[in-house]
Design a protein around this ligand. Structure first.
Ligand SMILES: [Zn+2]
Length: 336
């Protein structure tokens, strides 16, 4: 039995669980639901209990949606998956503000007009294609490529690439949050991070890997979230994304980067971006600032120097060879 505050009795009383029928206001209408509540054992009035309240509210929203034939969060995710669009990407094609889809997927109820537009977008491919043709320049570079293959339906080897991208995403996103820095891995974001660093000057693969590590961990330290959602591991020459070879392969196949041999005594390759990420829309302002800070502090070092710097990090010292590095080590970063 819990003790909860009762507004009616103006004191904390023992409260018991009960099933009651109640009405909730949703978008100006009263929606009646049967839900679990905590009731005061003295006066039998319902007392506020957060856990049940949230569930009941969700039930009320679901019921309202059903009554009005409105799309729910899962329906909207499915439409997005069908066209392989990001939340921002789909919002851009529909001509909505960047966060609209994210809000709907988070449980907000779409307006009737937006709901109709979404349904048409989902079921009428010609209409979806028209919207794509009108607004494809608002998509980020990688997403624009992918959308092109869907809406202009060309090439089937795009699908093979898509499969490895999906595999990689599933792999990273299957890790618990502390290993991907509370972030979902997203290949577009990773591609744009790489483009960001590689467009500053010619950068070798091994230098790039360290810059990615520092950018994701610095972002986590400052804002509690990594940028790319990549999982890093302790490797011979410092921290490096797990499956970095496959990651680069995907980006090569997606024609977002190419590799160039480094001439001279050292073996290695430069990563050259084939997309630009001048489009700041890809990143939030915080992410963009973090990327700039990392470049300002660490861009001047060689790959070898960066290795040596990274050896001193707890993230490296306190993990074993090939072990995944938890983002919690971000709080003791010492490079800058
Ligand atoms: Zn009471």
């Amino acid at each position: 039995m819990k003790t909860l505050w009762c507004d009616n009795c103006q004191q904390a009383n023992k409260a018991v669980e009960a099933i009651r029928t109640e009405t909730y206001p949703v978008k100006g209408e009263s929606i009646e639901i049967e839900g679990r509540f905590m009731v005061c054992s003295v006066c039998e009035e319902i007392v506020y209990y957060n856990e049940f309240e949230e569930k009941n509210l969700k039930t009320a929203y679901d019921k309202y949606r059903q009554q009005k034939g409105l799309l729910g969060p899962e329906d909207i995710v499915n439409i997005r998956k069908k066209y392989k669009l990001s939340q921002r990407g789909m919002a851009a094609l529909l001509g909505w503000s960047p966060t609209t889809i994210a809000r709907y997927e988070g449980g907000a109820i779409p307006s009737v007009a937006n709901n109709e537009q979404l349904k048409r977008f989902a079921s009428d491919f010609e209409y979806a294609r028209q919207l794509y043709r009108k607004s494809h320049d608002k998509l980020n570079p990688l997403e624009a490529r992918r959308a092109k293959s869907i809406f202009e339906n060309s090439k089937s080897d795009e699908e093979t690439v898509e499969d490895s991208v999906q595999w990689l995403s599933r792999f990273y996103n299957s890790k618990i949050e502390v290993f991907r820095g509370n972030q979902q891995f997203d290949i577009d974001t990773a591609a744009c991070m790489i483009a960001f660093f590689c467009q500053q000057e010619k950068i070798s693969k091994s230098k790039l890997m360290k810059l990615l590590f520092y950018a994701d961990f610095h972002m986590y330290r400052e804002h509690g979230k990594s940028i790319s959602g990549l999982v890093y591991c302790h490797n011979h020459f410092g921290p490096i994304p797990l499956h970095h070879g496959m990651l680069l392969d995907c980006l090569l196949n997606l024609q977002t980067i190419k590799l160039e041999d480094i001439e001279g005594p050292y073996e290695g390759e430069y990563v050259v971006p084939l997309i630009t990420c001048s489009d700041r829309n890809v990143f939030t302002e915080e992410e963009f600032n973090v990327l700039n800070e990392v470049w300002q502090h660490l861009g001047k070092y060689s790959a070898k120097d960066l290795s040596i710097i990274s050896y001193k990090e707890d993230a490296y010292q306190k993990t074993a060879l090939f072990q995944a590095i938890p983002y919690s080590f971000a709080y003791s970063l010492s490079a800058f």
